[in-house]
Ligand binder design. Structure first.
Ligand SMILES: Nc1ncnc2c1ncn2[C@@H]1O[C@H](COP(=O)(O)OP(=O)(O)O)[C@@H](O)[C@H]1O
Ligand SMILES: [Mg+2]
Length: 365
């Protein structure tokens, strides 16, 4: 079982490198294209790549230790975002009810969005001839004596549909991996939701009345604070200037990153081994022209990887701006990058706008 976990983790990692090549290039094309039919083609392809990314998230969630990358995020914004995406172009009526001042959650935003999205997708699939999809969320405090979870602050998310419902015999089985009643189903959506929610210290349960509809309720530990969601302005592409040093051995990633970095106005230099990265940084710093930022991949087979090189670079050059990147989003370094000496984390696959956002944020520092 442990080697199965390692295998799943390894596949997810390789996949994420390939997806970086695909999504980075496509998002760059999309930023350049002026709309029209080509923009639609790119959008559809990106969509397919995103589905592939979800599959790797599934793999990682199942693989041993699948530690989420935890960061405080606005639940309000995440839920509104996935609801808009999920309901686009559907026939069912939909109702989004987020209570005022919804608490933020500390967790892996990508995983949590994905796990709620699985519930929305199922709900819509359960209403082939229309109905009403509701996504509701509210703050709640659990007190001692409640059965399933320790007392504390939680966000309660409810996804309800007026669809076909789940027969009583099946209700207990829907969270099992590979349980599906659909000809085209994989039976992995709910088991992923279940493991992500569990990994975040939460709880999920289903109730249903066949023929009337189904309701899924998710409880997630919350911070007790409401944070302002990112504004749209923050997602605008901000260009910069300077030189970026990369540590990366995957050629598809190197080529895609080079293009994106130069499109953003920076020069890019690539090293394929951590020892080489350190040597280049030392030389340029000694010549009085240190790099603006360094992006380091964690795993360099047969060479010094980003974890070791990053720690050493931080020791030699406390002022360096260092970003850690990896397709192993479950690596402890990724979840806890600051204590390993990094300034930011860029999980693979990343898109043009993700790279732009990270670089411009660090430049403001
Ligand atoms: N909202 C829902 N309404 C009716 N049945 C549902 C709903 N959500 C889940 N199910 C049942 O649970 C099963 C497992 O769901 P899931 O793990 O997402 O896999 P899949 O959607 O690929 O079948 C579904 O096949 C379906 O039988
Ligand atoms: Mg599903």
């Amino acid at each position: 079982m442990e080697s199965l976990g390692a295998l799943a983790g390894g596949i997810a990692h390789d996949f994420n490198n390939m997806l970086t090549g695909i999504m980075a290039n496509l998002s760059l094309l999309s930023a350049r294209s002026g709309g029209g039919e080509n923009a639609d083609i790119i959008r559809d392809t990106l969509e397919a790549a995103r589905s592939a990314q979800l599959l790797t998230t599934h793999l990682l969630a199942f693989s041993k230790g699948g530690k989420p990358v935890k960061k405080e995020f606005s639940m309000e914004k995440s839920l509104a975002d996935i609801f808009t995406l999920a309901t686009r172009g559907t026939k069912a009526a939909h109702d989004l009810r987020l209570s005022e001042g919804l608490w933020s959650v500390e967790g892996d935003e990508g995983q949590i969005k994905q796990s709620i999205n699985n519930l929305l997708v199922n709900a819509l699939q359960a209403m082939p001839s229309g109905g009403t999809l509701t996504l509701a969320a509210e703050n709640t405090e659990l007190t001692a004596g409640g059965a399933v979870l320790p007392p504390g602050k939680y966000v309660r998310v409810t996804v309800a549909d007026t669809g076909i419902g789940i027969p009583k015999d099946y209700l207990a089985r829907v969270f099992e991996p590979y349980f599906t009643t659909k000809t085209q189903g994989h039976g992995l959506g709910l088991s992923m939701t279940w493991s992500v929610v569990k990994n975040h210290g939460g709880h999920v349960e289903a109730s249903s009345e066949p023929g009337k509809g189904t309701q899924f309720e998710v409880l997630l530990p919350a911070t007790g604070r409401n944070i302002k969601p990112e504004t749209a302005r923050d997602r605008e592409i901000v260009k910069g200037a300077g030189r970026i040093l990369m540590l990366e051995d995957e050629h598809i990633v190197i080529r895609a990153a080079r293009r994106m970095i130069s499109e953003l106005g920076y020069e890019c230099e690539v090293t394929e081994d951590g020892a080489e990265t350190l040597k280049r940084y030392d030389a340029e710093a000694a010549a009085g022209r240190p790099f603006t930022a360094v992006i380091m991949d964690l795993t360099i087979p047969g060479g010094m990887g980003g974890k070791e090189a990053g720690a050493e670079l931080r020791r030699r050059h406390p002022e360096a701006v260092i970003i850690v990147s990896s397709g192993y989003s479950d690596e402890p370094v990724m979840a806890d990058f600051k204590s390993f000496g990094f300034d930011a984390v860029l999980p693979k696959p990343y898109r043009y706008e993700d790279l732009a956002e990270t670089l411009s944020r660090l430049a403001r520092k």
